[in-house]
Design a protein around this ligand. Structure first.
Ligand SMILES: *[C@@H]1O[C@H](CO)[C@@H](O)[C@H](O)[C@H]1NC(C)=O
Ligand SMILES: *[C@@H]1O[C@H](CO)[C@@H](O)[C@H](O)[C@H]1NC(C)=O
Ligand SMILES: *[C@@H]1O[C@H](CO)[C@@H](O)[C@H](O)[C@H]1NC(C)=O
Ligand SMILES: *[C@@H]1O[C@H](CO)[C@@H](O)[C@H](O)[C@H]1NC(C)=O
Ligand SMILES: *[C@@H]1O[C@H](CO)[C@@H](O)[C@H](O)[C@H]1NC(C)=O
Length: 600
């Protein structure tokens, strides 16, 4: 309302100035134009007037309007200007605007333009001219505007390509032409990379359609603006494969309008050929789950040195107490009697031991404690061993690039990723030696290998694609890969659609992206990806895990146990033999025995 008041005041002021204006026709023109500007302001607010060209009626008019004005008399700004999208552009004549700076052009591409035309110039040609420059919000007034009060407004998707709008009519002067593109083509191409775009065929018409969280967004956009998707199949390689990096290149070279693919914008200095971020995801590795500890190692694992040390100390304490309470003195104390205490040894190994007769209360208490300790120790080790044998624990997971360096796995990389990592000043892969990296020239070969869940490799993968692999794993006997959240190529990858630099409906498309995301469609599509892939047969039902690597204990697994047992047996045999041989009394007794038998 305030603006309206200001305008009415302005009008009043002009009225007051009438007597001073030399040419009455010019002042009538000014008055009509002022009404036009009022109408434009009601249609859509503007806060800056940008006037291109030499002196004309717009210059004197701008002085009467309470809006900032920028005069570009030379017709070009030559440097990068940062005009807001609310600027209204006025041109003193056809081709008065000769903007050269392409970034200023991008910013001013969707702004509304009013051109004052000499009477002999056809609006049709002007519209053609501007549509070639990809500027579509054009309206013209002729120099005799005050007589007819007709505005010629370009209508790109109609025939004729302009419309005559009267100043006081109902029709709006500017419309959003790209809201209905009347079936105009949007040039695109897809990289067919599941799950973001996957081809399906209509069983009746045989028509190809693409689904997936990238394809869906684009298809919905086409439907929304009544456009058709024109697949530029001639750009693809002979066998029909398209690499997404090439799609970004083609859109940057104006061969495509919008690519049916998404690309990272790590390297980009600006977003000229990319849209508003569509997705954020991390870009880490899928790593084979570590093997389980082999059975023969489990026996070793349950022996924990600190625990053994504590047990040994307790053993010694019990032994000392028993000796003291039984003998009531330290006289018979020796290292041998402490370490080889019969009762204690048997007690700790969970074996029965002779309970001393006529024992005192203290001795009974100690024996009771010994029984309790024996129960604890044997139960603990048994539980430990059984649970480990039932499901052996996995070996440690990878957490850093140096773990990767030490592992037996190879890192499968595609040349694009390598290029991005080599030339950027990230030193992430420096720790990994070159012979541990296997390079794949062909991206699809790399993807096929990744899809086969080859357990000799570590694969870079983004979190969204990992989601589908993880779903697939749930169909297996047991999962075989995990996603390395700890070490990544990039924690925040921004993925955007590649678009043409001068795409005139960039704003509508970006708004569409935001709307679809806001509505939760993107999340829904991503969640649905795996089911789509299954139904299209892009994911096999094959179980890539090896279910036959059985869970039974073999004799081989007891190798260490048997070995140690044999060794101990051997040592005791030797000890026994030595004891027999070393005992002289035995030999003499044997001699007497023989002698007696001989004499008998
Ligand atoms: C109108 O013109 C007269 C002389 O022609 C001048 O003195 C006066 O200042 C002008 N008024 C305005 C509002 O410009
Ligand atoms: C407009 O913005 C760009 C980038 O932000 C800057 O380089 C340029 O100098 C700005 N132009 C003007 C005229 O301030
Ligand atoms: C969409 O475009 C077609 C031309 O391809 C046109 O016939 C149709 O009327 C348009 N639909 C709407 C809702 O404007
Ligand atoms: C796609 O890009 C790669 C690498 O830049 C190039 O070798 C290949 O020829 C490109 N394909 C097409 C069809 O341009
Ligand atoms: C497609 O052709 C390119 C060379 O033109 C080749 O490198 C690639 O392996 C082929 N892909 C398939 C799936 O045949």
């Amino acid at each position: 309302m305030a603006w309206l008041l200001v305008f009415l005041l302005c009008l009043g002021q002009i009225g007051a100035q009438f007597p001073n204006i030399s040419a009455p026709s010019e002042h009538r023109l000014q008055k009509s134009l002022l009404q036009l500007f009022l109408k434009l302001r009601q249609e859509k607010f503007y806060d800056i007037l940008l006037v291109y060209g030499e002196d004309c009626v717009f210059h004197s008019l701008s002085r009467l309007l309470p809006v900032s004005t920028v005069l570009v008399t030379s017709g070009s700004t030559n440097f990068e200007w940062n005009f807001s999208s609310l600027s209204l552009i006025l041109s003193c004549g056809f081709q008065a605007e000769m903007e050269e700076n392409y970034r200023t052009l991008i910013k001013l591409q969707t702004n509304r333009r009013i051109i004052i035309l000499q009477e002999d110039i056809q609006p049709e040609n002007v519209c053609d001219f501007y549509s070639k420059k990809e500027q579509y919000n054009i309206a013209m007034v002729k120099e005799n505007f005050d007589q007819h009060e007709v505005v010629y407004s370009c209508r790109f998707f109609q025939d004729p390509n302009y419309e005559e709008v009267t100043l006081f009519g109902e029709k709006p002067i500017f419309i959003e032409q790209f809201r209905n593109m009347q079936g105009a083509p949007i040039r695109t191409i897809t990289d067919n990379l599941a799950p973001r775009s996957m081809v399906t065929q209509d069983p009746k018409t045989g028509e190809k359609k693409w689904i997936g969280f990238v394809a869906n967004l684009l298809n919905n956009f086409g439907e929304k603006v009544n456009a058709t998707m024109a697949m530029q199949v001639e750009l693809a390689e002979v066998n029909g494969t398209v690499f997404f990096v090439n799609i970004s290149k083609w859109t940057a070279n104006d061969l495509l309008d919008i690519g049916m693919s998404i690309d990272t914008t790590w390297e980009m200095a600006n977003f000229d050929t990319f849209t508003y971020p569509y997705l954020m995801c991390s870009y880490c590795f899928m790593v084979p789950l570590p093997d389980k500890v082999p059975y023969w190692d489990v026996f070793g694992m349950i022996i924990d040195i600190p625990v053994l040390a504590v047990l040994f100390v307790i053993f010694c304490i019990f032994s000392l107490l028993l000796i003291y309470i039984q003998q009531k003195s330290w006289r018979n104390l020796s290292l041998y009697s402490v370490l080889m205490n019969d009762m204690c040894l048997r007690g700790f190994l969970g074996q029965p031991f002779p309970f001393p007769r006529q024992s005192s209360k203290k001795l009974k208490l100690i024996c009771l404690l010994l029984c309790f300790a024996s129960l604890m120790v044997t139960t603990m080790y048994e539980a430990y061993l059984k649970s480990f044998l039932y499901s052996p624990p996995p070996e440690p997971m990878m957490h850093t690039f140096s773990d990767l360096e030490k592992s037996r796995y190879k890192l499968a990389m595609n040349w694009v990723e390598m290029e991005m990592l080599r030339f950027k000043d990230t030193h992430k892969l420096q720790k990994v030696s070159d012979d541990q990296i296997q390079m794949f020239e062909d991206y699809y070969q790399f993807v096929r290998l990744r899809e086969s869940f080859d357990r000799n490799f570590i694969f870079p993968v983004n979190s969204i694609r990992w989601g589908t692999y993880n779903e697939q794993q749930k169909l297996f006997d047991h999962p075989i890969f995990y996603y390395s959240d700890d070490f990544c190529l990039s924690r925040y990858s921004i993925l955007s659609f590649p678009i043409r630099r001068h795409l005139p409906y960039r704003d509508i498309f970006e708004e569409h992206i935001l709307r679809q995301k806001e509505f939760g469609l993107l999340n829904h599509w991503i969640d649905h990806s795996f089911l789509d892939m299954l139904s299209l047969g892009l994911t096999p039902y094959t179980d890539f895990s090896d279910p036959e690597d059985g869970w039974a204990i073999d004799v081989d697994d007891l190798y260490w146990v048997w070995g140690l047992y044999g060794l101990a047996l051997g040592i005791s045999c030797v000890c026994f033999a030595l004891e027999i041989m070393g005992s002289i009394s035995f030999w003499s007794r044997l001699k007497t025995y023989r002698w007696r038998r001989a004499t008998n």
